[in-house]
Design a protein around this ligand. Structure first.
Ligand SMILES: O=C(O)CCC(=O)C(=O)O
Ligand SMILES: [Fe+2]
Length: 226
C-alpha cells in the first residue's frame, strides 16, 4: 500500500532545513548503495555519519512519529536515521529494489526494510523531472509531491527516480521496520483503524467502538513482532 503523509514539516522548518542543506558536504550517492544499485545511481548524498544529517534526520523522525497517519500506516518499530539526497544535471536513479537489511554503523542500528519513504524538501516547480516511479500491484505510480510531504511505499517495490533535467531535487529518504512485516496484513489494520476513527467521529458513544477497537488490538497482537 502506498500512502501520502502531508505536511510532515511546516514552512519554517523546511526553510531552515533547506538553508542548512545548501551548505552541507555532499558526496557521491553511491556511498550507501548496494553493489547492483550503485551502477544505476547518479546523485549526491550526505554521508550516514554526517552530524548534520543525523541532526536534521532526528527532527524528521520526531515530526513523523507525531503524525497519527504515519503511525497508523507504518506501525513503526524502527526507523533508519533519514538520509538526504540531491539530484541535478540529469541525475537519476534507475530501477532497483532497496536492500532488505540495512545497517547504520554510526548508531549500531540494524533493521529489516519493510517500508521505504521519501520526504520531498523542495517544491515540484523548482525542478523538471525527478518523479519517483513506484511499481505496485495496480501499475506504475508517478510521485512528485509538494515540499514537506512524504510518500510511504512497500520496500519490496521496484522503483526509480527519473532524471532531473532542470533545477535540483532535494529530498530525505528512509526505511522503516514495521511491527507488522506483511504488507497485506498492515494494510488491513490501517483500513480498520481508519474506519474506527471515522465511526468515532460520527458516533462517539456507539458500543461497537469498544468491540472494534478490541478487534484491532487482537489482530495487532496476532500479526505483530516485537
Ligand atoms: O529519492 C528518492 O525518492 C528515492 C531514493 C531511492 O530510491 C534510494 O536511495 O534508494
Ligand atoms: Fe531506493
Amino acid at each position: 500500500m502506498m500512502v501520502q503523509i502531508p505536511q510532515v514539516l511546516d514552512t519554517q522548518a523546511l526553510r531552515r532545513m533547506r538553508e542548512t542543506l545548501l551548505a552541507a558536504g555532499w558526496v557521491d550517492g553511491r556511498v550507501t548503495a548496494g553493489h547492483q544499485s550503485a551502477q544505476a545511481k547518479h546523485n549526491l548524498q550526505l554521508r550516514e555519519d554526517d552530524p548534520l544529517a543525523r541532526e536534521l534526520g532526528a527532527l524528521i523522525v520526531q515530526a513523523l512519529l507525531r503524525q497519527p497517519l504515519f503511525v497508523s500506516a507504518a506501525l513503526p518499530d524502527r526507523v533508519y536515521p533519514p538520509l538526504f539526497n540531491r539530484y541535478e544535471n540529469g541525475g537519476s536513479f534507475g530501477t532497483h529494489i532497496d536492500n532488505a537489511i540495512r545497517e547504520h554503523p554510526p548508531s549500531g542500528l540494524r533493521l529489516r526494510t519493510d517500508l521505504s519513504a521519501t520526504l520531498f524538501l523542495n517544491e515540484p516547480e523548482e525542478y523538471e523531472g525527478g518523479e519517483l516511479l513506484v511499481e505496485d500491484t495496480y501499475g506504475v505510480q508517478r510521485v512528485k509531491l509538494p515540499a514537506g510531504h512524504l510518500i510511504l511505499y512497500p520496500a519490496s517495490s521496484l522503483h526509480q527516480v527519473r532524471p532531473v533535467t532542470r533545477g535540483a531535487r532535494l529530498a530525505s529518504f528512509m526505511w522503516i521496520q514495521s511491527l507488522v512485516r506483511d504488507d497485506a496484513a498492515r494494510t488491513l489494520l490501517f483500513d480498520l483503524d481508519r474506519s474506527i476513527q471515522q465511526l468515532r467521529g460520527a458516533l462517539p458513544e456507539h458500543a461497537a467502538l469498544v468491540q472494534l477497537t478490541g478487534v484491532y488490538h487482537n489482530l495487532l497482537r496476532r500479526w505483530s513482532q516485537v
